[in-house]
Design a protein around this ligand. Structure first.
Ligand SMILES: [Zn+2]
Ligand SMILES: [Zn+2]
Length: 288
């Protein structure tokens, strides 16, 4: 039981962080309101799955029957207009079961299908063990989740033991929420490790030895207004070789950060990367 109690704290941390960022990042308020409502439904799905423990072979049907109705409801109630209309339209012609099966298999799929599949399956996979995650398709290499084969949603630097320095780098799975260690200054999209091909963009500029530049045009100007810098702990890690990027969250810089929440709320950084022609390794649950 101890493991489950610990994991439930994860949901409390996410809820708390949504509230914090909602107060701090006005531009992301609508999105965070929706994400907060979605998290409540996902937490319920997590608790239920932890108790029912559906078998790996029943994952898709379990999610379609038990989790999808709540995800559809909250999306239609609190989601952005575009998502609502796409979802309504799509549900007329496609079974949620099929969308979930495709996401489990790692097939490419329409954004709205992936949203519904991912929002429904994510908390269930989080609640289950490695055996259930092992039924998912996808490569088991350094750039994919060792447990389910999913792609990396984001990169983060752990807090180090001595508190001041930045800890090891990890990637977080877009499908099951597991994380794994990954070398610094190496592209999670193609393994490029030539530093001249790996630009880093951040609000404050970059650490010495890394190429990149300061992100301009964000809601607060960190040079003129350092106290109100919005993303001191988030940066864009891009790659000139594959033209992909991920956002990276530094937990040593902001100890209260919750990577999966902070990544979703950093929309201006996504827009900045996109303007420069980079594509995220995989869009996050909110589609950015
Ligand atoms: Zn995974
Ligand atoms: Zn790359």
């Amino acid at each position: 039981m101890a493991a489950i109690l610990t994991t439930q704290d994860v949901w409390a941390d996410r809820r708390h962080r949504v509230k914090e960022l909602r107060a701090r990042q006005g531009f992301a308020r609508q999105l965070l309101d929706f994400y907060g409502a979605l998290l409540a439904v996902q937490e319920k799905a997590y608790v239920e799955a932890a108790s029912v423990r559906p078998a790996g072979r029943n994952l898709a049907s379990y999610c379609a029957d038990v989790v999808v109705p709540g995800i559809v409801d909250v999306s239609l109630f609190a989601g952005p207009d575009q998502l609502r209309s796409q979802l309504l339209h799509r549900l007329e012609t496609e079974q949620p079961l099929r969308m979930i099966e495709q996401w489990i298999a790692g097939d490419s799929q329409a954004m709205v299908d992936r949203y519904l599949a991912r929002a429904s399956l994510g908390p269930v996979l989080e609640a289950l063990d490695a055996e259930a995650r092992a039924t998912c398709g996808g490569p088991r290499d350094a750039r994919h989740c060792p447990e389910c084969g999913g792609p990396p949603q984001l990169s983060y630097f752990e807090r180090s033991a001595d508190d001041l320095a930045t800890g090891p780098r990890r990637l977080l799975c877009a499908r099951c929420g597991a994380s794994w260690g990954y070398p610094r200054m190496t592209c999670p999209g193609c393994s490029e490790d030539e530093s001249t091909k790996l630009p880093v963009f951040s609000e404050y500029g970059t650490a010495s030895g890394e190429r990149g530049s300061v992100v301009r045009g964000l809601p607060a100007d960190p040079v003129a207004d350092p106290v109100h810098a919005v993303f001191p702990h988030v940066r864009i890690e891009a790659c000139e070789s594959c033209r992909q990027y991920v956002l990276s969250i530094d937990l040593a810089t902001d100890r209260a950060a919750v990577p999966v929440v902070d990544e979703v709320a950093a929309i201006p950084l996504d827009l900045y990367a996109r303007e420069r022609g980079f594509t995220k390794v995989i869009p996050n649950l909110m589609g950015f």
